[in-house]
Write a protein that binds this ligand. Structure first.
Ligand code: SF4
Length: 695
């Protein structure tokens, strides 16, 4: 029994974990948070929650939090606690000094999908207005950047097409490369409810996730494809639909570019794109693929939900395009129950991308080369903006090792743990002369930092998050920042120390600037969000005061929907005698990403270590038993963890989570990445497993 006492007042705010964006009532006694209660009027969650939002907020009070700024001349020296002003002037002097010596393009930033829209907008503004370059990238680079590219190319905007309610009207659901019951549990429950009511599900995943078979749920088809073959699978599904005449020709003629469709149809109909021809690549029997394609094309409202199992591949962008092709082919766009729905991992992936975190795009996904868009910001910010796209994260690290990139401000992201090829990240950070880490805890990246700016938790700030259905929710200050400064104030102070002359007094003023400069956020304001509880962009005063639940109803944002060929190209990451197994990764319900928050809560009791799932046959071949320690090695590195022998994974495929730093999953992953966006290929690594005595 937990004694919590009687709450005295409550504040409505938004969960800071996943892209579902559940609303909570933070119940307080004085300044103390006593419990988080899911808010019944929250439009994303309707009173439901998972174990993360409900219980895993204790990290805000954890003793590991750093509450004072710290600086040091060299990373070999101990940290020195200083007052905020000294930290800002130290950082500003270093950054300006680097620009004087190495040029204005020698510094940059990384924004965080954990932070609010307003904080992210200010960090990219710092880069563009104060640094004078476009060297801004986001941690979404390593998760959903292919969604930005793929949906931007085919539909004209980088966002999910549906609200969560839409699933209640679906008849056939494809889930590909996602595990909603673990990673997006509140939405996963709504999907399961629809399945219990009779909707059918097709699961495309190397692993037997809960949606394949669990009490009262049995997938119509499970296509357990070999990791790295999503494009082959999507193309072969489209082959069946086109060659068997199952496409929605009326929809395609009316809504899509017909010439491009004909080109696509010719490509996809070729014998080499049939399920039979691609069976050797995917490992899935052609007859099962054909049956799944027929069901999706003829089964009524068809919706597609996908996650990082689609995007984190060398062909991540091509796979997103393949999903969009499939939806257009079957006329499954623009009404309830259908659509293309990226399930965003972090709470504000959608928002951080909307806010201009990419080095080639200003807020609202508008290219930096567009003079009319630059002019909007130039007249407001009183400075000329660079029209040269900046560096992506991996390019910044490359340039650092080459000696041309010298300083970085990283907000809310532990790139040493979360980015691929840890050795490459460490080498890049080590080569820089000014690494500024702005975070809650002294994370692994901070080992290479010269300035540590303590961050504030979601409980200590005002602002907004945008969830996976484009819903903008208010984040409300539940308690004062323990550090004395909210994150947006820290960025403002750093900008001003470098001559920025900013004077925001509250995040609502930042949102007013976003609304004035960014068409998709036009008419969004704190007042409107408070009035309706939340708003789904885009919104207006007349027809959509609460926003737009379903996009592309009468036409695509780009005009006509665009079919694009999706040629399957096998990843360069190949199995062989030395590394005969394929490793893929995912999340578990109680933990979150690299665990910086959840590991500092009681949720750790549910998942004290990462386990390596291995098929019984593969385990037996290696003399590995359930619970044994094993050595996991790839061509880039090795680590040790405990084995879980299970037939949830197919022979030849192994699986682990990455919530604990000891696992060091990214020591194993390679430097291959998506051809269009450089999103790392986390989901396919050739490995060997052998018995071990332990770490
Ligand atoms: Fe938070 Fe996501 Fe769980 Fe909702 S489903 S409580 S947003 S972690």
């Amino acid at each position: 029994v937990i004694e919590i006492g009687v709450p005295e007042h409550s504040v409505i705010t938004t969960c800071a974990y996943c892209g579902v964006g559940c609303s909570f009532k933070a119940e307080m006694r004085g300044d103390e948070l006593v419990r988080m209660v899911p808010w019944k009027d929250g439009k994303a969650n309707r009173g439901h929650s998972c174990v993360k939002g409900r219980f895993a907020w204790g990290y805000a009070q954890h003793k590991d939090r750093i509450l004072k700024p710290m600086i040091r001349d060299k990373v070999e020296e101990p940290w020195r606690e200083v007052e905020w002003d000294e930290a800002f002037s130290f950082a500003a002097k270093r950054l300006r000094g680097l620009q004087e010596t190495y040029g204005k393009d020698s510094i940059g930033v990384i924004t965080s999908s954990r932070c609010t829209n307003e904080e992210t907008y200010l960090v990219q503004k710092l880069t563009r207005q104060v640094f004078g370059n476009n060297n801004t990238d986001t941690c979404a680079r390593v998760c959903h950047s292919p969604t930005g590219y793929g949906l931007g190319q085919t539909f004209g905007t980088s966002a999910g097409t549906q609200d969560f309610d839409s699933v209640e009207h679906s008849d056939v659901i494809i889930v590909i490369g996602a595990n909603p019951t673990d990673a997006h549990p509140v939405f996963g429950s709504r999907m399961k409810k629809r399945l219990r009511q009779g909707a059918k599900i097709i699961v495309i995943d190397p692993r037997r996730i809960d949606l394949v078979k669990s009490p009262h749920i049995k997938a119509a088809h499970h296509l357990p494809l070999r990791p790295g073959t999503n494009v082959a699978m999507l193309t072969s599904l489209a082959h069946v639909i086109v060659t068997e005449g199952l496409m929605d020709e009326a929809f395609i003629r009316e809504r899509c570019d017909w010439d491009e469709f004909q080109d696509y149809a010719e490509f996809v109909s070729a014998p080499e794109n049939s399920p039979e021809a691609l069976e050797a690549a995917t490992g899935v029997p052609a007859a099962e693929v054909r049956a799944a394609a027929r069901l999706f094309a003829t089964g009524g409202n068809g919706a597609i939900y996908y996650g990082l199992g689609v995007t984190e591949h060398s062909q991540g962008s091509t796979a997103v395009i393949g999903i969009a092709n499939l939806a257009m082919l079957t006329g499954n766009i623009g009404r309830p129950g259908v659509g293309v729905n990226p399930l965003r991992g972090q709470n504000n992936v959608q928002g951080s991308c909307d806010m201009g975190s990419f080095p080639h795009e200003l807020p609202g996904y508008r290219h930096v080369k567009n003079p009319e868009v630059r002019e909007i910001f130039e007249s407001l910010w009183g400075t000329k903006l660079s029209d040269e796209p900046g560096l992506r994260i991996n390019n910044m690290l490359d340039a650092a090792t080459e000696g041309t990139f010298k300083g970085i401000y990283i907000q809310g992201e532990d790139i040493l743990q979360s980015d691929p090829d840890t050795h490459h990240v460490a080498a890049g950070l080590k080569a820089m002369d000014c690494v500024i880490v702005h975070d809650l805890f002294l994370n692994e990246t901070a080992n290479y930092a010269h300035v540590f700016l303590p961050g504030s938790t979601f409980l200590e700030k005002d602002g907004t998050f945008t969830n996976a259905e484009r819903r903008i929710n208010l984040v409300r200050e539940v308690m004062k920042p323990k550090t004395g400064m909210a994150d947006w104030e820290v960025t403002q102070a750093l900008a001003n120390a470098m001559g920025g002359n900013w004077s925001y007094t509250h995040p609502r003023e930042v949102m007013a600037e976003i609304a004035a400069t960014t068409p998709s956020f036009a008419n969004v304001s704190f007042d409107r969000i408070a009035q309706y509880g939340s708003v789904q962009w885009p919104c207006n005063d007349t027809t959509a005061p609460e926003g737009t639940p379903i996009m592309h109803v009468d036409g695509f944002v780009r005009g006509k929907g665009k079919f694009i060929r999706t040629e399957y190209v096998a990843t360069d990451e190949k199995v062989g005698p030395r590394f005969p197994l394929l490793l893929t990764t995912g999340r578990i319900l109680s933990q979150y990403n690299v665990g910086a928050q959840t590991r500092r809560t009681d949720n750790t009791a549910w998942h004290p270590e990462d386990l390596l799932e291995i098929h019984p046959q593969d385990a037996e071949d290696r003399g590995v038993h359930d619970g044994d320690f094993v050595r996991l090695a790839s061509r880039t590195g090795e680590t040790t963890l405990r084995a879980k022998v299970t037939d949830r994974v197919a022979p030849g495929v192994i699986y682990t989570t990455f919530h604990h730093p000891d696992t060091q999953a990214n020591v194993i992953t390679t430097d291959y990445s998506d051809w269009a966006t450089n999103c790392p290929e986390y989901k396919v690594t050739a490995v060997q497993v052998s018995p071990s005595n332990g770490p």
